[in-house]
Design a protein around this ligand. Structure first.
Ligand code: HPA
Length: 282
């Protein structure tokens, strides 16, 4: 073998995943089959978890450290309703400077721990004209506009196949279950396509318009890398997005990070209801 993979880097990656999984196993006796990635403003969902073990990212071997305001940076093992879950309070964003392998490293570790279902949440800007700020949306599909795919580079068959399909990147049964729960609880739950971009700039009006024309209903700076890796790893995924601002040619309001956090906090109870019930019933 020459060139790219001559070094020991590939082996180090697998070793790192196993080392981190081993560390977490030593901290927690019972391993959950469900992991939840909590997006902007949604961290407080952990207040509804019981029997919690907090592990700060800074104490976890090989974990990057989250730097963004509003992302606390803890892995939390505990119970949400009747199930054991691992919650990621704060995620790693590409715009922070992490590479795609770092952004998706926790998902690899979850798989190594035996996680089968991944729930992801995020804040996003809505382009769909039917959306209002504070809406929650089931992510039915995504468009990857990140400049890099997290699976780029050597493929490890131990981790997944070289060319994974993304046809069912978001699990249809989980989507249907979320709809049922939303209906029962009287929550307006939208459906839509999430466009994943690097940020950290919010979009220009023309960009929001463009993302809508190509098939997007909302746009955000996360989720797509983790969902790609979760699918590569054979996990089932459910994604929910909180519409924290609106964008398009006719929209003059300027989005800010504070506004995004505020809107996400307001929508949090709806997300919590849906997530909690999904976890209970899946
Ligand atoms: N654009 C990109 N990411 C976002 C937005 C947005 O308008 N709102 C929340 N995250």
């Amino acid at each position: 073998m020459t060139g790219l993979y001559k070094s020991s880097i590939p082996k180090i990656m697998l070793e790192k995943i196993n080392q981190t999984a081993e560390f977490l196993r030593s901290k927690v006796s019972e391993m959950p089959k469900i992991a939840i990635i909590l997006g902007t403003g949604l961290g407080p969902i952990v207040d509804h978890m019981e029997e919690k073990t907090y592990i700060p990212y800074s104490e976890i071997p090989n974990f990057p450290i989250s730097t963004v305001e509003g992302h606390s940076g803890n892995l939390i093992f505990g119970c949400l309703g009747n199930k054991r879950v691992i919650a990621m309070q704060g995620r790693f964003h590409y715009y922070e400077g992490y590479d795609m392998k770092q952004v998706t490293f926790p998902v690899r570790v979850f798989k190594a721990l035996g996680v089968e279902i991944l729930f992801v949440s995020n804040a996003s800007g809505g382009m769909n004209k039917e959306f209002v700020v504070g809406d929650v949306m089931t992510i039915t599909d995504h468009i990857n506009l990140f400049p890099e795919n997290p699976l780029r580079g050597k493929n490890y068959n131990e981790l997944g196949t070289r060319f994974p399909a993304m046809t069912n990147a978001y699990d249809k049964e989980l989507m249907a279950l979320a709809d049922k729960i939303a209906e029962e609880k009287g929550i307006r739950l939208m459906h839509g396509v999430y466009v994943g971009v690097t940020g950290p700039t919010f979009e220009t009006p023309a960009e929001y318009e463009f993302y809508h024309i190509i098939g997007g209903d909302c746009v955000g700076m996360s989720t797509v890398p983790e969902v790609i890796v979760a699918n590569h790893a054979g996990m089932r995924v459910y994604g929910i997005s909180v519409i924290t601002d609106l964008g398009g040619k006719d929209v003059t309001q300027v989005p800010t990070h504070e506004e995004v956090q505020q809107a996400a906090l307001i929508a949090q109870p709806k997300c919590l209801e849906i997530m909690k019930e999904l976890v209970n019933r899946c």
